[in-house]
Design a protein around this ligand. Structure first.
Ligand SMILES: O=C(O)CCC(=O)C(=O)O
Length: 222
């Protein structure tokens, strides 16, 4: 079941300080994973003004939906809003449900092209996620659906409040954490989805919203 969100969400950006060290925006590309795949963080991928404008415009224009997930046989509301934007006929689903497909806006298409230029990969859809405040989150999972193919490249752009992002090795339990800055890009590739899981944990006392754009290539469009 997909419910449309009745109100547009006011998005404001204010920096968020947590216990993790903040990377300078000009620190170039940082590899987060010690082995078994790659998670490259590019802190200053978007210029600050561009990131501010995108946060405002995408927050207001993306058709946010509240979806439900099936967990242990029970339907529960996903603790964030999201929307699937993709090329015509590119269907994506998880938790047993296909998402409604929305067309590209000029803003999202432009960011897609920037991600393609940076990664050398092609993307035919983006899952946009809105974490309204620190209570919204995403639990441990991997982007390992068969429609993404083997060793997918996922380009994930962060806008708005800084949130912690964790990666945990499936076999050793080793965990890597970082902050995802406003305007940053995280590129997960190689064995990162097979060997690791990732999550965006709850963040206590955070009132500001974070918007995330995860560009993907669906290899088996229906
Ligand atoms: O919000 C994020 O940075 C992660 C989102 C994510 O992992 C997903 O949608 O699969």
């Amino acid at each position: 079941m997909i419910h449309c969100c009745p109100q547009p969400h006011p998005i404001r950006y204010r920096g968020f300080v947590s216990g993790l060290p903040r990377l300078p925006l000009d620190s170039g590309t940082v590899e987060l994973l010690p082995r078994d795949g790659s998670a490259l963080l590019v802190p200053g991928f978007l210029a600050p003004d561009d990131a501010d404008d995108l946060l405002d415009r995408c927050g207001a224009s993306i058709p946010w939906e509240s979806t439900s997930l099936v967990m242990f046989g029970r339907e529960v509301a996903e603790p964030r809003l999201s929307a699937w934007i993709a090329d015509i006929g590119v269907v994506y689903g998880y938790s047993g449900r296909d998402r409604r497909v929305h067309p590209w806006s000029p803003d999202l298409d432009r960011v897609r092209r920037l991600c393609e230029a940076r990664t050398g990969s092609s993307f035919n859809g983006v899952l946009a996620n809105l974490y309204r405040d620190g209570r919204d989150h995403m639990g441990w999972h991997a982007d390992d659906e068969s429609c993404l193919g083997v060793d997918p490249v996922i380009a994930s752009v962060s806008l708005g409040a800084e949130r912690r992002f964790d990666l945990r090795h499936r076999q050793t339990g080793e965990t890597v954490s970082c902050l995802l800055p406003h305007g940053s890009l995280l590129v997960m590739s190689g064995r990162s989805q097979i060997a690791w899981k990732h999550r965006l944990p709850r963040s206590a006392r955070l009132d500001n919203a974070r918007l995330n754009l995860t560009f993907r290539l669906i290899r088996s469009p229906r």
